[in-house]
Every structure is written in structure tokens, then in C-alpha cells.
Design a protein around this ligand. Structure first.
Ligand SMILES: Cc1cc2nc3c(=O)[nH]c(=O)nc-3n(C[C@H](O)[C@H](O)[C@H](O)COP(=O)(O)OP(=O)(O)OC[C@H]3O[C@@H](n4cnc5c(N)ncnc54)[C@H](O)[C@@H]3O)c2cc1C
Length: 424
């Protein structure tokens, strides 16, 4: 142990004793709930990225500006994603970010994928949702638990030309996701799926669905299993939702009426689906945090130049201290949310515990996105409120961050459970 570390521990113990805090042992174990420090040779800032990550970030930013931006307003108004943009996402490798090159993917790091989601959200949180859910949930669950044959068959398509959906939620199973009622009945060489799903992103465009269904309700959530289902086997898109925000990202109700799924399309092991769902959503949350910091930054980048162009009382509105303090504070909040998101991504990548940090990042990023986009509208006055300037769209789009992949309350549940276990 270094002298510095020993001295710091002694000082913590003394301070604890003076304040009648818990003993050094329980104090330090409580501290460890917040991170798992480990020594590194050359510590770097949380904004340190590899050359590959920076290259991807720059390429996606250019793609978002040049290819996505011209269509954003039209897609939002029509509540429909432009097919040419989906095709361009495939052509540019954005639908198989972490997928191995053998299966047609770009084989990027998780952090690179997170940066891509953020860059897309700066221009359009809907396209960002398509990219995030397709990559961090659908592709990931197949990459992690699919057999070699399933990976060859489906990851290749998902990386090159076919949109995928990740289907857990149902009418009676939202926050309580494992209350799901969709059933998978064993028929010998295949399963038969019956039931319905709600709120399924990308399902308007998808042809491949990862569906969570219970194969043995007598075992409760331990009966939940994951299946790869092709649309042509009978997945019915029953209704497309009309939404407040991320309007061009499709969100649909699905029906499964005696849908036959071959046994080889079971993902991983029967009965382990709940583990795959938890695991995927834990890391998927970092993607939503990235979408939210992108949305916050996107709105900020529209509003700030306006503050220095628009004059009232003879001076730019951005020169008034009341405005300066607001945009400085929002900048602090966006920076904090970014660092939490990048940190959670790196922890996950390094194989360290990251669940609490991911929940914290998503919770904070969703709050920050709501505040930042709301301020951006306000700072631009009437021009913020109309559709033409594009800032009100970010305000609408930001709200989803506190709902999907676990509501804000559910993130706080996760965080408080982990903290309680350490302090109890
Ligand atoms: C646009 C959109 C896209 C989505 N995409 C997908 C997708 O691709 N795949 C998928 O499977 N699902 C998807 N979802 C579903 C999403 O994950 C759920 O909406 C979310 O988990 C919340 O569930 P719910 O809507 O049923 O709300 P509820 O669970 O009914 O929650 C309503 C309110 O009650 C609170 N609440 C509930 N239980 C508790 C509790 N125990 N303690 C404190 N507060 C509580 C919640 O925090 C929330 O504020 C999507 C949803 C939307 C809106």
C-alpha cells in the first residue's frame, strides 16, 4: 500500500471517529458501492477515447449532419422513418457496431457504440433510438447468447439489411417486466407463441424479433425464455402508436397468434431469458443515457448561437447575466451527465461492476436532457416554441429518457438497492 493511500485511510478513520460515523471498515465498504477503484499505470480523463472511437465519433457526426439532418423535420411530421436513411445506416456500418467482422459488423468497442448513439441524437433522437435499440439490445442479446448458427444467420442480416426489435413489455408488464403473459408452448420440435407485446421500438420496420415469453409459468419468472422470431412466421403489427416525441421511431403493439418457432431459435437456455433481459437492459441503459446527452447537446447547440444573435434592449440576450448563469449551469449539467455516461460505458467494457453507474447515468442524463431542452426552448422565446427552429422537437424527444428501459423510479430502485446492500 502506498504511503499516500495509507495516510488517506488513516485520515478517513480519524474523521469518521470524530464525527461518530461508522467504523473505517464499514465506511470504506460503503464507499466501494460507488466504484471499484483499481490502480492503473497512466490514469486519464473520462474524455479519453481511442483513435478508433474518435474516428467513429467524427464519421457519425458527419453522417448525422449530412444524411440525417435534411430529413429530420419531415420524418417527425410524417411520424415515419425515411427508408433511405435506414439503408444508409446499414451501408455505413451503424447497425452492427459491436458485431464481429465475421458476421458483417464493424466490431467496435462498446464505448464507440455509445458515442455513435450520442452523435446521432445530437441531430435526431429518433434515429438514435433506432441505432441504440437495434445495437445495444437486439444485436447484443444474440451476440452474447446466440448459438454459432443463430449468430451466423441473424447477426449477419441485422448488420447488413434487416432491422431488429427487442420485445419484453406487454399491457400488464411494464416496470414489472417479468409479469409478462406471452406463452411459449413446447410442441416437440418447435414452440408455439401466443400473446402480445406493447411499445416495441423499431417494430414498424423490423423483420427479426427477440421475443421474451414464458415457457413454464409454474416456475414464475424462471420460465421466461428468449426466442428469435421472424416476422414472416406470423408476427402481427396490430397498431402503431402516435407519440409525443421520437415520432419517427416506430413503436407498435404486436400480436402472436400460434406463431411456430423452431427449437433452434431458442436463445441460450430455456428458462434463462430473465437473466438475458436483465443483463441486456443493464447495459442498454447506458445507450439511453447517451441518447439523452446527445439530445441535450443538440438543443443547446441550436440555442446558444441564437443567444448571441438575438438582441433585446440593444444588446444580445446572451450578454445578460441572468441568461449567462442559466446557460453556464446547463453546460455543467450536460458535462456531468456525459462523464457519468462515458464512465459507465468504460466500467462495462472493463468487465467491472457497472449496474449502479449505468442506472445513475441514465437517471441523470434523462433529467438533464429534460432541463436542457426546456431551457433551450425558453431561451429562444417564440422561436423556440415553433417547429421551424427544431428545438421544440428535442424538448418532446427528451421525455422518453425517463420512461423506457426502466423509468426514473426504477433506476432509483436499482441504485437504492445496491446502496442499501452496502450500508445495511
Ligand atoms: C416510445 C417507447 C418505446 C419503447 N420501446 C420498447 C421496446 O423496444 N421494447 C420493450 O420491451 N419495451 C419498450 N418500451 C416499454 C417501456 O420500457 C415501458 O413503457 C416502461 O418500462 C414503463 O412501463 P409502463 O409504461 O407500463 O409504465 P408503468 O410500469 O405502469 O409505470 C407507470 C409509473 O409508475 C411508476 N412505478 C411503477 N412501479 C413502481 C414502483 N414499484 N415503485 C415506484 N414507482 C413505480 C413508474 O416509475 C412510472 O412513473 C417502450 C416504451 C415507449 C414509451
Amino acid at each position: 500500500m502506498s504511503f499516500l493511500r495509507a495516510a488517506r485511510l488513516a485520515s478517513v478513520a480519524q474523521t469518521a471517529a470524530r464525527r461518530h460515523l461508522p467504523s473505517t471498515r464499514s465506511y470504506s465498504s460503503a464507499l466501494s458501492a460507488f466504484s471499484v477503484p483499481s490502480p492503473v499505470e497512466n490514469p486519464t480523463s473520462l474524455r479519453s477515447f481511442t483513435e478508433e472511437e474518435l474516428m467513429l465519433q467524427e464519421t457519425v457526426a458527419r453522417f448525422a449532419r449530412e444524411v440525417v439532418q435534411p430529413k429530420v423535420r419531415e420524418m417527425d411530421e410524417n411520424e415515419l422513418m425515411d427508408k433511405s436513411i435506414i439503408n444508409a445506416m446499414f451501408e455505413n456500418g451503424l447497425m452492427g457496431l459491436e458485431t464481429e467482422a465475421d458476421f458483417g459488423g464493424a466490431e467496435c468497442s462498446f464505448t464507440a457504440a455509445i458515442l455513435a448513439v450520442e452523435e446521432l441524437a445530437k441531430i435526431d433522437p429518433s434515429i438514435s433510438a433506432l441505432c441504440d435499440i437495434h445495437n445495444t439490445l437486439t444485436n447484443t442479446v444474440i451476440r452474447k447468447w446466440g448459438s454459432k448458427e443463430l449468430k451466423e444467420k441473424y447477426l449477419t442480416r441485422l448488420a447488413t439489411d434487416t432491422v431488429g426489435s427487442f420485445c419484453i413489455s406487454e399491457a400488464g408488464a411494464g416496470s414489472d417486466a417479468f409479469a409478462l403473459q406471452t406463452r411459449a408452448e413446447d410442441k416437440g420440435d418447435h414452440y408455439v407463441l401466443n400473446g402480445g407485446k406493447m411499445w416495441i421500438s423499431n417494430s414498424g420496420e423490423a423483420d427479426i424479433f427477440v421475443v421474451f415469453a414464458n415457457a413454464d409459468p409454474s416456475k414464475g419468472y424462471k420460465g421466461i425464455s428468449a426466442f428469435i422470431v421472424e416476422k414472416e412466421w406470423g408476427v402481427e403489427i396490430a397498431k402503431k402508436e402516435k407519440k409525443l416525441g421520437i415520432r419517427s421511431s416506430s413503436t407498435c403493439v404486436l400480436n402472436f397468434d400460434d406463431v411456430k418457432v423452431p427449437k433452434e431459435n431458442v436463445l441460450g437456455k430455456i428458462g434463462d431469458g430473465y437473466k438475458y433481459a436483465i443483463d441486456s437492459l443493464n447495459e442498454g441503459r447506458i445507450g439511453i443515457a447517451a441518447q439523452m446527452i446527445g439530445a441535450a447537446q443538440g438543443a443547446y447547440d441550436i440555442a446558444l448561437p441564437y443567444l448571441f444573435e438575438r438582441k433585446q434592449f440593444g444588446k444580445p440576450i446572451g450578454s445578460y447575466q441572468a441568461m449567462q448563469h442559466q446557460f453556464a449551469q446547463v453546460a455543467c449539467e450536460i458535462e456531468a451527465a456525459k462523464l457519468m455516461t462515458y464512465n459507465a460505458a468504460r466500467l462495462k467494457e472493463e468487465g467491472k461492476p457497472f449496474v449502479m453507474e449505468a442506472a445513475m447515468a441514465k437517471f441523470v442524463a434523462a433529467k438533464v436532457a429534460e432541463r436542457a431542452t426546456s431551457y433551450a426552448v425558453e431561451w429562444m422565446g417564440g422561436n423556440g416554441f415553433v417547429r421551424e427552429t427544431g428545438v421544440e422537437k428535442f424538448y418532446r424527444d427528451a421525455k422518453i429518457g425517463s420512461i423506457y428501459e426502466g423509468t426514473n423510479n426504477m433506476q432509483l430502485e436499482t441504485i437504492s438497492k445496491i446502496i442499501s446492500n452496502k450500508y445495511k
